[in-house]
Design a protein around this ligand. Structure first.
Ligand code: DLL
Length: 433
């Protein structure tokens, strides 16, 4: 079902006009309320009057995570704290976390856009959602939570962890939908299979999976193991949280809520805007946000965009899967390697479980890549020759996809640490200095 047809199915011209009008107002607002943006615009010799249509977006400055860190905690907020009703923050792996603030209106827009996502997955007020994204500073739990309530469905605020209880309550409460990371969905599916509750005693039918990159093969795996329809949900805390884009029943790219978030693709090297269809870095301008409005926020996520109208009737711009980040790309012996390429190889081979760990190191001044991967039950063998052959097979495939060789370490099923949140799949032991 289409939750907000007037907004989701506008003609391209209507949308362009709406976006242009919202962009004009946004630039006016940040120029007068955020010293950071006023200074940036003055440095570039532009004033709000230079921004008249969406095409003028290219004149505006970019914003990065570093800008948020440099203005920690509230420096980029565009309203007084008396109007901020909620804070979230991203885990600060390096330095300070990035803090995001929401006004009451921001929260109500967020709930509405998340309800649009859930509706596109085929959910309605009869559904019961187990939200297994973390609640707290992370936007996943509360973001989805308020979307479910806005939809009028029932929410079980499970949060992450405590797998046995997750499974029991999904069963006892008759959950029909599950929100969690794709890696946790796989873990849950395995744990469910080990209980004595038969699959048909669960009512689960929809998975709302995101917060980390995953592949089509991983979708197939989750759908088969859990017996659900698995849908992608994308978002980032700086821009709002989960629900910035979502799939529909056709699962052919994710619809961006582009009446609120204006997307662009740029070259991560030159920062030039790229035409739709070309792969580059995704950039968002938050057209309506009040608490923390952002101009041209560089997500570092790499993907493509298309504005072809979807079979579902929505006219929103769609993004392809995130194929990597302009900053998580590994450079191994001079070759650019995306962990998702390795994952695809693993998932295409029936002998392996979708659980792996990449260990990057340096020996004698040469980069090394070790791929630890779980062999599926039934394929694991005590016969050395069988294991050697299997190693050769995957090593050969990886070499042809990546262009570099990798050391393979085959491990028994269930030995790689499972994650309850975002999977940590790369250990880079190299020191770059
Ligand atoms: O992960 C928000 C979210 C919560 C999205 C729950 C979906 C579901 P952050 O912690 O700020 O926010 O991390 C944002 O995670 O820039 C992407 O690199 C990655 N990411 C999020 N969703 C997807 C997805 C939340 N569906 C960063 N596919 C983003 C690939 C994703 N990567």
């Amino acid at each position: 079902m289409i939750w907000n047809k007037p907004k989701e199915c506008m003609t391209l011209e209507e949308k362009r006009n709406l976006q242009g009008e919202r962009l004009r107002k946004l630039v006016e607002r940040v120029y007068h309320s955020t010293p950071f943006y006023r200074q940036k615009m003055q440095e570039m010799n532009i004033t709000p009057a230079d921004i008249q249509t969406v095409d003028d977006i290219v004149k505006l400055p970019f914003t990065t995570k570093q800008d948020l860190r440099d203005n920690y905690p509230y420096g980029l907020f565009a309203v007084p704290m008396s109007q901020i009703v909620r804070l979230h923050a991203s885990s600060g792996t390096t330095g300070s976390p990035t803090v995001v603030g929401y006004t009451r209106r921001d929260l109500s827009i967020w709930a509405e856009m998340t309800a649009r996502c859930l509706s596109a997955y085929g959910a309605d007020q009869n559904d019961i959602f187990s939200v297994a994204y973390g609640y707290g500073l992370f936007t996943g739990g509360l973001g989805l939570h308020y979307g479910v309530e806005h939809l009028g469905a029932t929410v079980i605020p499970m949060s992450s962890g405590n797998t046995a209880k997750q499974i029991k309550l999904m069963h006892d409460f008759g959950a029909t939908a599950l929100g969690c990371t794709p890696s946790y969905a796989l873990y849950l599916a395995e744990a469910m299979a080990k209980t004595d509750i038969p699959r048909e005693d669960f009512k689960l039918r929809i998975g709302i999976l995101g917060a980390e990159p995953w592949t089509e093969n991983m979708r197939k795996e989750i759908e088969a193991k859990m017996g659900i329809d698995a849908y992608n949900i994308y978002g980032l805390s700086e821009v709002m949280g989960p629900g910035v884009s979502h799939e529909c029943q056709y699962k052919d790219g994710s619809h961006i809520i582009d009446d609120h978030f204006l997307p662009e693709i740029v070259s991560p090297d030159t920062l030039e805007q790229l035409p739709y269809g070309e792969q580059g870095e995704l950039v968002f301008t938050t057209l309506t946000k009040e608490g923390l409005p952002l101009l041209r926020y560089r997500t570092k996520d790499l993907c493509t965009l298309t504005d072809e109208v979807c079979k579902c009737g929505r006219t929103s711009v769609r993004m392809g899967r995130i194929v990597g980040r302009s900053d998580d790309m590994l450079i191994i012996r001079g070759v650019n390697v995306f962990p998702s390429q390795i994952e695809s190889v693993i998932l295409e081979m029936e002998e392996f479980e979708p659980h792996y760990m990449l260990v990057v190191d340096r020996a004698n001044n040469l980069d090394t890549l070790e791929v630890q991967v779980e062999v599926r039950d039934g394929f694991y063998s005590d016969e050395v020759m069988k294991m050697v052959d299997l190693k050769k097979k995957i090593a050969h495939r990886l070499q042809s996809v990546l262009g570099i060789s990798a050391d393979i370490k085959l491990v028994e099923p269930y030995t790689i640490k499972r994650s309850e949140g975002k999977a940590q799949r790369v250990i880079d032991k190299r020191v770059f200095n």
